[in-house]
Design a binder for this molecule. Structure first.
Ligand SMILES: [Zn+2]
Length: 98
């Protein structure tokens, strides 16, 4: 299970620990998702920010139940539509396990 933030007005789902919705400024509530989702898009950074491993693979994942998260992919880039599971590590980063 992973926690997401939801704006009850928009509705808008955010994976971050934001206190306010960036769209309407309203307060957010917490919900959980199973972590199961599918890859929408993916890219690989050959020159990531300092301190990050290269290549650095990023995946936009649509979660079942609603919401999108940006996750790291430890393996090759997933094809769009590929189902997998998102886990959150202790450092707060999301990881897509396809
Ligand atoms: Zn909102």
């Amino acid at each position: 299970m992973i926690e997401v933030r939801v704006c009850p007005r928009c509705p808008r789902v955010l994976p971050l620990e934001s206190l306010r919705c960036p769209a309407c400024g309203g307060p957010l509530t917490s919900e959980t998702r199973t972590g199961v989702g599918r890859a929408l898009a993916a890219t690989e950074l050959s020159v990531p920010a300092a301190g990050w491993p290269a290549p650095h693979r990023l995946v936009v994942v649509e979660l079942e139940g609603g919401g999108r998260v940006l996750a790291l992919s430890p393996d090759e880039l997933p094809e769009p539509g590929r189902r997998g599971r998102v886990e959150r590590s202790r450092d707060g980063r999301f990881h897509f396990l396809g």
